[in-house]
Design a protein around this ligand. Structure first.
Ligand code: CA
Length: 224
């Protein structure tokens, strides 16, 4: 999952980035409204954390521009404490949730998980695909109730595929959502990752669609 963090307070930005990275997210950060607007408009994020008080262009304007250009990623707005007007305005501008400062990182993570889950069509906090179950709170994926030992990249990839079960995901999309931006993006790494994951979860759970990408699906199981 790739998340954009927009926050001009360097310390807070760093704290959020650390909390997200530890939880298995790939993070891009912006410190002013113009950068944020551009990044949100050109990159494909799974969610955005958006501070409202920003230099260059305020957070509400950034949000409003994204929504006007039909950018649908879930947005969690950060507001100053006790400013109910900010919360109301944020929600009416197209925010999906808000968090008043100061906040606990655990609460931010829980709200973000809920937003991403809902935006990908999952109501249950534990995302399940066949024998697999994903508990984002523990950064953990189980198979038939047993914990899978996964590297950071394997976790990111399998978690992303579980949220997008049944969809054929191209290498480019997978790379975008699981790799840091400064990583050397070689498409062979996805094949290597898929092969490693197949050894851990069973080969038939991840189908290859030649020239198109990969699909996590349980449908191949039935009847065969
Ligand atoms: Ca601010």
């Amino acid at each position: 999952m790739r998340v954009l963090v927009v926050e001009d307070d360097v310390v807070v930005q760093q704290q959020i980035t650390e909390a997200l990275t530890t939880s298995g997210y790939v993070v891009d950060a912006a410190s002013d409204g113009n950068d944020a607007w551009f990044m949100g408009d050109t990159e494909d994020y799974d969610a955005v954390i958006l501070d409202l008080g920003l230099p260059a262009l305020d957070g509400l304007s950034v949000l409003s521009r994204w929504r006007q250009s039909d950018n649908r990623m879930p947005v969690l707005v950060l507001t100053a404490r006790d400013t109910w007007r900010d919360k109301v305005q944020g929600l009416r501008t197209g925010a999906d949730d808000y968090l008043a400062k100061p906040f606990e990182m655990e609460e931010m993570l829980a709200r973000l998980e809920a937003l991403i889950r809902r935006s990908t069509g999952h109501a249950n906090p534990i995302v399940e695909v066949g024998p697999l179950s994903l508990d984002p709170a523990g950064r953990q994926i189980n198979i038939n109730g047993n914990r899978l030992e996964l590297t950071t990249l394997e976790y990111r990839m399998l978690a992303y595929m579980m949220h997008h079960e049944g969809n054929v995901l191209s290498k480019a999309v997978l790379i975008e959502h699981i790799y840091d931006q400064d990583f050397d993006r070689d498409s062979n790494v996805i094949e290597v990752l898929v092969n490693r994951l197949r050894k851990k979860v069973g080969a038939d759970l991840i189908r290859t669609h030649r020239g198109q990408g990969y699909q996590l699906t349980v449908s191949a199981h039935s009847g065969s």
